[in-house]
Design a protein around this ligand. Sequence first.
Ligand SMILES: Nc1ncnc2c1ncn2[C@@H]1O[C@H](COP(=O)(O)OP(=O)(O)OP(=O)(O)O)[C@@H](O)[C@H]1O
Ligand SMILES: [Mg+2]
Length: 313
Amino acid sequence: MNMNILEKTDFKNLGEKYTGKVRDVYKQADKVIMISTDRYSAFDRNLALIPSKGQVLTGVSKFWFEQTKDIVPNHVLDFPDPNVVVGKKCKVLPVEVVPRAYMTGVTGTSLWTLYQKGMRDFGDFTLPDGMHKNQKLEKVVLTPTTKHETHDRPLSSKDIIYGGYMTKDQWEKVADISLKLFKRGQEVALSKGLILVDCKYEFGITEKGEMILIDEIHTPDSSRYWQAATYEKRIAGGLEPENFDKEFLRLWFKENCDPYKDEVLPEAPAEMVEELSRRYIQIYEQITGDTFKIETGDIEKRIENNLKKYTIK
Ligand SMILES: Nc1ncnc2c1ncn2[C@@H]1O[C@H](COP(=O)(O)OP(=O)(O)OP(=O)(O)O)[C@@H](O)[C@H]1O
Ligand SMILES: [Mg+2]
C-alpha cells in the first residue's frame, strides 16, 4: 500500500477503538483521540481512499474550531499530529443538526430529494411550490436527523423534544448555537470567496454538564461549499454550481452503480481519485489561506510517534 495513504490504524494502548466511517476513534477515560483516515465515505459506505484527505479534514476543522470558539466552547484539547485531534470525551447528543441555506443534495435525506418527492411541510418550516435545484432558501433552515439509527431520519423540533432525544432547553440551545455557527461560517467562507451551502454539527455534554461542539466543523466532509463568484451565472445558465466537495465522485457512483444496493462497488477511476485529492487540498488552501504541506513518509509511523504521550500504561 502507498505509504502516503492512511486507510486504517490499529494502535495498541491508546484506548478502546471505535471505527467510524472516516475516523478511527480511540476512547480514553476523559478524552477521545480522533484519527482522520483517507477513507472516503458516502451512501453510508466506504467508496475510495483519497490521498491527503485525512490531513485536510483535520486542518480545516482546526481552522473553524478556532474561528467559532467565541460562539460555543468545543472539544479540542490538542492537535498532536496533522491527522489527529484529541478532544474532551463527551456524551454525544443523539441528533445531528444540519443547517441549510440552499435547496440541494442527492442523498435520501437531502432537501432537494425530499422536495422533488413532493414534500413541502418539514415540521418546522414549509417550502413553496415551484422551487428549483440549488436555489437559495428564503432563510436558513435546520433539518436535524437522528444519529445512531441504521439510517438517518429527519426530525422536527417536536420529534426531538417529545421523542426524548433532547430536553426542550437543550434543543433550544442547540438550535440557537447552530444558527450562530452557520452564520459565522457563511460570513467567513464568503470572505474567502466561498458559499457555505449546508453542514452538520454534533454536540456533546461534558462530565461537568457543559454543552460543547464536538466531532468536526465545516470540513468538506460535513459541509458543502460552492464558489461564490460563479454561482449566479451558472444557476442562470442551468448549470450546477462550481463545487469542489465530494459531490462529483458521489455522482459518478450514482451513475455507474446502485450505491445503496450493490454489494460490490466499481473501483473509482484513478484520475477521479487524484482530482478529488487535489480538490480537498485546494479547499483547505482556499479556506485557511495557508499552503497545504503534503506530508511524505509513512503516515501511520508518524502518528504513532506523535501519540506516544497518549499511551495508556
Ligand atoms: N468529543 C467527543 N466525545 C465523544 N465522541 C465523539 C466526540 N467527537 C466526536 N465523537 C464521535 O466520534 C465519531 C467520529 O468518527 P466518524 O465521524 O468517522 O464516525 P461515523 O461513522 O460518522 O460515526 P457515527 O455514525 O457514530 O457518527 C462519531 O461517532 C462522533 O460522534
Ligand atoms: Mg461522523
